[in-house]
Design a protein around this ligand. Structure first.
Ligand code: NAI
Length: 539
């Protein structure tokens, strides 16, 4: 415990124990009279928080309550999350964090991270010195350019880095002190925010690509200098910016993009298990994407990397993957394709009809990342089911109303043949007396664990191989019994146990690839365990 005393101690979230300060501590730290007389256990404090949460009328109010709790008492906050991670992750992160971001300027209380704005150009190295922790290991950084499915939210996007890093700790027990949320404020094109008197960001339009890239370069250089062991986790950037910047930095510094690599990894985890059910190999599949934005391209690249590990060349792997976007099938006559999309534009009949594309390309796997709900119609699902004994259909767009098809439609129209996952959690579906359990491809199985592996090994770079190791580790924690029910991911309630195993496997891969900046210990498991944060009051 540090030297804080009295009210200052009670106001420090890292040191505060509130009613759990014992009598001796109260006397030693000048707390006598500043707390009610009863000395409580952490368990009792957790009970009170759960009671108070139960009195909140909606998820946003619960979010605000938990944010306040994190500001008051960090240990208690994480102890509350640990009582039911699957429940609380939906509050501190997706979907409630989306509502919180929309309201950010209105519900704002404390900064909880750093705001680096274009006004500070040329001074970022100095500004980073203002952060009180010297050994930051992961920065999660967003420009607020594309927040979840909500578009450009500018500085309101800060809710995302904050929530994402809380998940590092809640899921994979990364020490909160080594994590730093950052909002790179480059303005916003969102008129509503620009006209909102409570908006907290720069009131200017977004910069040109060249200006943005120069600002990001300055940020990257400043981070390298101030926090040399730090990994930069890019999150919720506009799709084209996300792909371009990841390509620029992935082999240069320790960084990754969860929307691209994390989403790719969790999807590959689902596909590994789908292959166990359909008794196929990933390298033999034909994949069709509906949606070719950053999620589509990210997942396509990750599947291609996974296919390469099964023996295909880069060209062979990419030939097995096609994409379809708002303008139809990606093929060489299209003039509107980005450099990231071009490798997947294979010679084919141009079409804007998804069913026609399915019938021509005969995919075994159909993945929806289009943001458009209901687009996997009865005809689409029937076309997939006619071609495949067990069609793999992932409808990953979220929130719920954006899912390309519901679990019920997938099972109903495929007559129970579909191996299905969504980006959101659908309830089990019963058809003709048989119950199907839809899976949710949730990135939280992957990025906190990979984050822990990066922290533990001080990884120099974070290439796709690490995310594929994480995918495999996650997939392999699903039991045969669960697979028999069509379940593709581990129980969400087990996320902490699952993340530990995934972190260890990912760290082992980092050592194997020679990317660790520390010597390999005898036991990687022991290394990871030794670093794990526990939400308890230390002696
Ligand atoms: P984006 O906006 O970059 O890309 C959307 C793509 O869909 C574009 O290629 C666009 O042309 C295409 N599209 C739009 N309307 C279409 C239509 N009517 N027909 C065919 N294609 C159409 O979005 P991004 O970042 O790629 O995300 C896509 C979706 O994936 C979002 O809903 C997001 O929430 C979801 N997602 C899910 C994740 C998960 O489940 N773990 C993780 C990341 C994203």
């Amino acid at each position: 415990m540090n030297s804080l005393t009295g009210i200052a101690l009670l106001e420090d979230p890292k040191e505060n124990r509130g009613t759990a300060f014992n009598q001796a501590e109260r006397e030693e730290k000048g707390l006598v009279g500043l707390l009610p007389p009863v000395v409580e256990t952490l368990e009792n404090q957790v009970k009170r928080c759960l009671y108070q949460l139960s009195k909140k009328n909606n998820d946003l109010e619960q979010y605000i309550y938990l944010a306040q709790l994190a500001d008051d008492n960090q240990t208690l906050f994480f102890a509350v999350l640990a009582t039911d991670p699957a429940r609380f992750l939906k509050i501190v992160y997706d979907p409630t964090v989306g509502t919180a971001c929309l309201e950010f300027g209105h519900i704002y209380r404390k900064p909880n991270g750093m705001y680096l704005s274009m006004d500070q150009r040329g001074k970022l190295k100095e500004v980073l010195k203002n952060w009180p922790v010297g050994d930051v290991r992961v920065i999660c950084v967003s420009t607020g350019g594309r927040i979840l499915g909500l578009g450009d939210l500018g500085t309101n996007g800060m809710g995302i880095p904050i929530g994402k890093l809380q998940l590092y700790t809640a899921c994979a027990a990364v020490q909160p002190d080594v994590l730093l949320p950052v909002l790179l404020d480059c303005g916003t094109d969102n008129e509503k925010l620009l006209n909102d008197p409570l908006y907290l960001g720069l009131k200017q339009k977004r910069p040109t690509t060249d200006e943005l890239d120069a600002f990001v370069q300055e940020f990257v250089d400043a981070v390298q200098e101030r926090f040399p062991k730090c990994c930069i986790h890019f999150e919720d950037w506009k799709g084209t910016d996300a792909l371009r910047l990841l390509a620029r930095y992935v082999t240069e510094i320790s960084c990754y993009n969860d929307d691209i690599q994390g989403t790719g990894s969790v999807t590959v985890a689902g596909l590994y298990n789908a292959m166990k059910i359909s008794k196929g190999d990933l390298k033999d599949q034909r994949v069709l994407f509906f949606g070719a934005g950053s999620a589509g391209i990210g997942i396509a690249n990750m599947i291609a990397s996974a296919m390469k590990l099964e023996g295909l060349s880069e060209r062979e792997a990419r030939e097995r993957i096609s994409l379809f976007d708002v303008n139809g099938l990606l093929e060489p006559s299209r003039k509107d394709l980005s450099p990231d999309q071009l490798p997947y534009a294979h010679p084919a009949q141009p079409t804007k009809d998804l069913v026609a594309a399915i019938n021509e390309l005969k995919p075994t796997i159909l993945i929806g990342v289009s943001t458009v709900g209901g687009t996997f119609t009865q005809q689409v699902i029937e076309a997939m089911s006619k071609l495949n004994e067990r069609p793999v259909i992932f409808a990953l767009s979220n929130p719920t109303e954006h899912a390309e098809c519901t679990a019920e439609d997938a099972y109903k129209f495929s007559k129970g043949k579909a191996i299905y996952a969504a980006g959101v959690q659908f309830d089990p579906v019963t058809i003709d007396g048989k119950t199907y359990e839809p899976s949710q491809a949730n990135n939280f199985y992957i990025f906190p664990a990979v984050g822990m592996a990066i922290v533990a090994t001080e990884a120099e770079h974070v290439p796709d191989e690490i995310f594929i190791a994480a995918a495999k580790a996650t997939a392999d924690q699903v039991t045969d019994e669960q697979l028999a029910k069509g379940i593709l991911f581990p129980e969400q309630a087990d996320v902490q146990k699952v993340s530990h195993v995934t972190a260890v496997k990912s760290a082992e891969k980092i050592f194997e690839l020679g990317l660790a900046r520390i010597d390999k210990p005898e036991s990687v498991d022991t290394l990871v365990t030794s670093l794990e944060y526990k939400p308890i009051y230390s002696e």
